[in-house]
Design a protein around this ligand. Structure first.
Ligand code: GLC
Length: 621
C-alpha cells in the first residue's frame, strides 16, 4: 500500500499542536506495518534552520495557482522507514510562525496545489493521499478538479482527518478563483459553501473517500451542533464514510522506565522513582515538599475549550481541599491573569508557569499525582495518555478522546483508570476532584492500584496504524495483512479464510478482551470495543478489506449516552440527555465513594500491615 501523508506540521520538524505529534508518529507506525509511506510538509524557516544540512535537494518545478506561477523546490530526508518531503517556497514559508498570517489561505492553497503538482516527483504514485485539517483540505479538491482531465488522478483515493473542526479555512467565496484557482461552481453547487463562506474543510469532507475524526466519541459528537461548529449537517451527511480512529502516543519516547528527561525512572512495579520525581517537582515550582499531599496538575493551552472557566468558578473550593495545584501553559490573557493572581493567594500550595516548556512538562507528568483536563471539547487529547503512562491519574470531562481513554474509577471492584464527570459543570468537576483527592489521602492502596491500571494502558500507535490500514484497504478495495508475522504468512498463497475468520478482529473480540488496558468494565460502560482491542490477540491472518466499518452511534458508544448522535439532534432534544448525564455522574460519584469505603473495609483486613504504615505517614504530616 502506497500512502502519501500530507500535513502542515510534524514532530520533530515543526509543531504548534497535537497534529504535529500525530504526523510525527503515525507514518512510521504505518511503515512498520509494511506500508510504503511518504510525508509531505512545507519547508518552513525553522525546518530549514534546524534540519537544512540533513535535507537532500531533489528537484524544482513551477506551480500554477490562479494567475500565479511560483517556484517550488522539493527536498527530502529518510527517517524511521519513511521519506519526508519538504516543499520549498521562501516567499510563503520563510516566516517566523507557521500560521496566523494574513495570507494563510494563499500559502496553504499553494502548498496543496504543489503537493498535487509534485506527485510525479515523489518516490511513488500514491494509492491513498491522507490529508489533515484545513491546511491540506484543498488536496482532495484539486485531485477531483484535475481528475476530470487526467485519468491517473482519479485512481488516487483520499482520506481527510479532522483534528479539530473549529478550524475550517473559511474565506469569502469571491476569492475561489483568485486565490485557489477554482471555478465558482465549487461554491455555487454548495460543495465548498457554508453560511455564505467558501469552506475548505467542508469541500474536503464531501470529496474525500473516507473522513476520520481522532476518536470514536469525537466522530459521533461531530454530528451534534454543540461540537460541530456549524458542520453537523455535513458530518451527518457523510456518516457512511466517517471513522473515529483514536490517536496513540509514542510509547518509547514516553516511557517512565527509560526516560532521561525525568529525575529518576520508575514503573508500575517500582514506584520509588515517582516519589523522587514528586519531591523534585515540588522544589522546582515552589510547592511545599509534602510527600502525602496530592499534586493536581494541568499542562494545557490556556484557552476556553480546555474548560478553564470551570476552574475559575471553583478554584477557591478546590484549594480548600488538602491538595496542591500546578499549572503550566500559555494562552488567553484573561486566563493568564486569573491564574497568575490565584497563585499569589496560595503560596506554597499553588504554582503557575506561563510557559511552553518541554522539560517542565515532563517533570509535571512524572511528579504529579492527578492530571486535570475538564475540556469542553477534546477531539482526542494526548496529555491524558502521557499522564497515565507516568502514573498521574487523569480527571477528565467525558468528551471526545477523553471519554474513550479514561474509564471512571470504581473502587469497589478495582476497575477504571481515572476519574471523570459528564456534565460541563464546575460543581460536578469539584465533586470528582474531591473524590480523587480523598481516595489518594484516605485509601492509598486503592489509589495505588488505580494508578497501576492507568500506567498499564495500551496507547501505542501500532493499534491506531492498523485501524488506518483497514480504512485504506476499504477505500482502495485491497486486502491488507494486519501484522508482520501474519504478513509473511499471507505472502505464501493460501485459501481465503472462512467467513467467520474473515470477520474483522474487532468484531470477533469478546468484550472482556476488548479492554486489556484497564480492568474489565461492563460492556455498556467501556469505550467502544473496536477501538480498544489489540489486533494481535484476535486478528485473523489476513484482514479483509471491508473490515473497516464507518462509525455509527450504535457501535461506538453506550446507547443511552450517544443516542442523539445517530439522528439529527435539536437543542431541545439534547438538554434532557445532559441532565440525565449529570444525574448519572452524581449517582456514579456517590456510588463510587460509598463503595470505595466498603471495598476498602474488605481489603483492610488483608492489608493491615501496609495500611498501618500509611496511617503513620498520614499522622506524621
Ligand atoms: C488537536 C486536538 C487534540 C488532538 C490533536 C491530535 O490538537 O485538539 O484533541 O489530540 O489534534 O489529533
Amino acid at each position: 500500500m502506497k500512502i502519501l501523508y500530507v500535513t502542515s506540521e510534524a514532530v520533530p520538524f515543526c509543531k504548534t499542536g497535537g497534529l504535529a505529534d500525530v504526523a510525527g508518529s503515525l507514518p512510521p507506525a504505518l511503515a512498520e506495518q509494511g506500508a510504503e509511506v511518504a510525508v509531505v510538509l512545507p519547508l518552513y524557516e525553522r525546518v530549514r534552520d534546524r534540519f537544512g544540512s540533513q535535507l537532500k535537494f531533489e528537484c524544482y518545478d513551477y506551480v500554477d495557482l490562479a494567475w500565479r506561477h511560483n517556484y517550488c523546490g522539493l527536498f527530502s530526508m529518510e527517517k524511521d522507514g519513511v521519506t519526508w518531503y519538504f516543499l520549498d517556497n521562501e516567499q510563503y514559508f520563510s516566516r517566523g510562525t507557521l500560521y496566523g498570517q494574513a495570507d494563510d489561505g494563499e500559502r496553504f492553497a499553494f502548498f496543496s496545489r504543489a503537493v498535487v503538482r509534485m506527485l510525479d516527483r515523489f518516490k511513488f504514485w500514491p494509492e491513498v493521499v491522507h490529508c489533515n485539517d484545513w491546511q491540506s483540505a484543498l488536496v482532495p479538491i484539486y485531485l477531483k478538479d484535475d481528475g476530470v482531465r487526467e485519468d491517473r488522478y482519479r485512481s488516487i483515493k483520499t482520506v481527510v482527518t479532522i483534528h479539530n473542526i473549529e478550524y475550517q479555512g473559511r474565506y469569502n467565496p469571491y476569492v475561489l478563483g483568485e486565490l485557489f484557482g477554482l471555478d465558482a461552481g465549487w461554491a455555487k453547487d454548495g460543495t465548498m459553501l457554508l453560511d455564505g463562506d467558501a469552506n475548505l474543510l467542508k469541500g474536503a469532507i464531501l470529496c474525500a473517500d473516507a473522513v476520520n475524526a481522532v476518536s470514536p466519541t469525537y466522530a459521533n459528537e461531530l454530528k451534534m451542533p454543540y461540537f460541530a461548529h456549524r458542520m453537523e449537517g455535513v458530518m451527518r451527511q457523510c456518516s457512511d464514510k466517517l471513522y473515529g480512529v483514536l490517536n496513540g502516543i509514542d510509547m518509547k519516547l514516553y516511557d517512565p522506565r527509560t526516560d532521561e528527561r525525568i529525575l529518576q525512572g520508575f514503573s508500575a512495579e517500582d514506584m520509588a522513582g515517582k516519589d523522587a520525581c514528586k519531591a523534585e517537582l515540588q522544589r522546582m515550582v515552589g510547592l511545599r515538599e509534602e510527600p502525602h499531599t496530592p499534586i493536581v496538575a494541568m499542562v494545557s493551552r490556556l484557552v476556553s475549550h480546555k474548560g478553564l472557566d470551570l476552574i475559575c468558578e471553583v478554584l477557591h473550593d478546590m484549594m480548600e481541599l488538602p491538595m496542591q495545584l500546578v499549572v503550566l501553559g500559555t494562552g488567553d490573557q484573561r486566563y493568564e491573569d486569573f491564574f497568575g493572581w490565584a497563585a499569589q493567594q496560595y503560596p506554597g500550595r499553588m504554582s503557575v508557569r506561563m510557559d511552553y516548556n518541554e522539560d517542565l512538562s515532563m517533570a509535571i507528568y512524572a511528579g504529579a499525582d492527578l492530571f486535570l483536563m475538564p475540556s469542553k471539547s477534546e477531539p482526542c487529547g494526548l496529555s491524558q495518555m502521557i499522564a497515565m503512562r507516568y502514573g498521574t491519574v487523569p480527571i477528565v470531562r467525558e468528551t471526545g478522546g477523553l471519554k474513550d481513554t479514561v474509564q471512571p474509577c470504581e473502587s469497589w471492584r478495582d476497575a477504571g483508570n481515572g476519574f471523570s464527570f459528564a456534565n460541563y459543570s464546575s460543581g460536578d468537576m469539584l465533586h470528582v476532584i474531591r473524590e480523587a483527592v480523598y481516595l489518594y489521602k484516605d485509601y492509598p492502596d486503592v489509589f495505588g492500584r488505580l494508578r497501576q491500571r492507568a500506567m498499564s494502558g495500551d496507547f501505542s500507535w501500532a493499534r491506531s496504524a492498523r485501524e488506518y490500514l483497514r480504512i485504506y484497504a476499504t477505500i482502495t478495495g485491497q486486502t491488507w495483512p494486519i501484522h508482520a508475522d501474519t504478513r509473511r504468512a499471507a505472502e505464501t498463497p493460501k485459501e481465503e479464510p472462512p467467513a467467520e475468520e474473515a470477520a474483522p478482529a474487532v468484531e470477533a473480540a469478546p468484550v472482556e478482551e476488548a479492554a486489556p488496558a484497564v480492568e474489565p468494565t461492563p460492556a455498556e460502560e467501556t469505550a467502544p470495543a473496536e477501538e480498544t482491542v489489540p489486533a494481535e490477540e484476535t486478528a485473523p491472518a489476513v484482514e479483509p478489506a471491508p473490515a473497516a466499518e464507518p462509525v455509527s452511534a450504535e457501535e461506538t458508544a453506550p446507547a443511552e449516552e450517544t443516542a442523539p448522535a445517530a439522528e439529527p439532534v435539536s437543542a431541545e432534544e439534547t438538554a434532557p440527555a445532559e441532565e440525565k448525564a449529570a444525574k448519572k455522574t452524581r449517582k456514579t460519584a456517590s456510588k463510587t465513594t460509598s463503595k470505595a469505603s466498603k471495598a476498602e473495609k474488605k481489603t483492610e483486613k488483608k492489608t493491615t500491615a501496609k495500611k498501618g504504615t500509611a496511617d503513620k505517614k498520614k499522622s506524621a504530616e
